[in-house]
Design a protein around this ligand. Structure first.
Ligand SMILES: C[S@@+](CC[C@H](N)C(=O)[O-])C[C@H]1O[C@@H](n2cnc3c(N)ncnc32)[C@H](O)[C@@H]1O
Length: 260
């Protein structure tokens, strides 16, 4: 696994280059779309032939943020994220607005399919209409709590082709992550014990992004070789070290991944 000195957008370019070099126009899924900004960036980098965007756009979907009646002191209340979402998270109108923004952004595009559903209802719809193994790239960025991420990974792996790539957002252990009750890093650690995936690249940033692919697959080797050939700085570590990753913040405020 390479711990790379770049952000997620640079990794999108690497994934896009690897698909292009293999003559593949990928089909992609994004789980958790919000206003569609990231979907658009992914489309620019990957040039997909088809994109499926799945989001509940519902206040109810965020109700699982914490399972406890009394919010533990290390978790910020949902009101802390109102600015990002553009309104109260208990008001459905906030999500209706972001849904409208995403719809307008991709209006008239036959290559973009928007599914307003929780990821598991969405999975059933996508599997029915496209079938297993139909996708080359899946970006996992919906509910960030442990059980939900693990469930998304365990379900959606079936929609990924043998040479497909998954990418997870906010895959870190950090103060900021704890404040948001993130379970992404822990979930992917569990997933990799249950499935034949291996980590390829982890960004050395807070709220890190992680690329995973099937162990021994051609795409896993091609991604690794593409990062080797790029100008991206990296440190290589054993894949088994992934669950130990945590973010260390320097006195000057610089964030870095540490395994110590
Ligand atoms: C962090 S935002 C996604 C941001 C986007 N991927 C980006 O990078 O800009 C998370 C999104 O996941 C959606 N979401 C949360 N839980 C969900 C679930 N169980 N099923 C579907 N969508 C969900 C929320 O509505 C929200 O829009």
């Amino acid at each position: 696994m390479k711990v790379v000195d770049c952000g997620r957008a640079r990794l999108y370019d690497i994934v896009g280059e690897v698909f292009a070099a293999a003559g593949r126009r990928p089909a992609m899924i994004e789980l958790g779309v919000h206003k569609g900004d990231n979907a658009l960036r992914l489309m620019e980098a990957l040039r997909p032939r088809h994109s499926v965007l799945v989001d509940a756009w519902s206040a109810e979907a965020l109700a699982t943020y914490s399972h406890f009646d009394k919010l533990p002191p290390w978790i910020l209340p949902l009101t802390a994220f109102e600015r990002y979402f553009g309104g109260s998270l208990s008001d459905q109108a906030t999500f209706d607005r972001t849904y409208e923004t995403a719809c307008q952004r991709f209006a008239g595009r036959g290559d973009v399919e928007i599914i307003r559903a929780d990821t598991i209802s969405g999975f059933a719809q996508v599997r029915d209409s496209h079938g297993d193994g139909a996708f080359d790239f899946i970006y996992v960025d919906a509910n960030h709590q442990y059980e939900y991420v693990l469930r998304d990974l365990l379900y959606y792996q079936h929609l990924l082709s043998a040479d497909g790539v998954m990418m997870l957002n906010d895959c870190c252990h950090s103060q900021k992550g704890m404040n948001q009750n993130l379970g992404v890093l822990e979930a992917v650690g569990n997933f990799m014990k249950r499935a034949d995936f291996t980590p390829i690249a982890l960004t050395s940033t807070d709220m890190s992004d992680l690329i995973i692919a099937r162990e021994g697959s051609a795409v896993a080797k091609a991604l690794d070789a593409a990062i080797d050939a790029s100008d991206i700085g990296f440190v290589e570590v054993m894949p088994q070290m992934l669950p130990a990753a945590h973010i260390r913040v320097s006195p000057a405020g610089k964030t870095r991944v540490s395994f110590a």
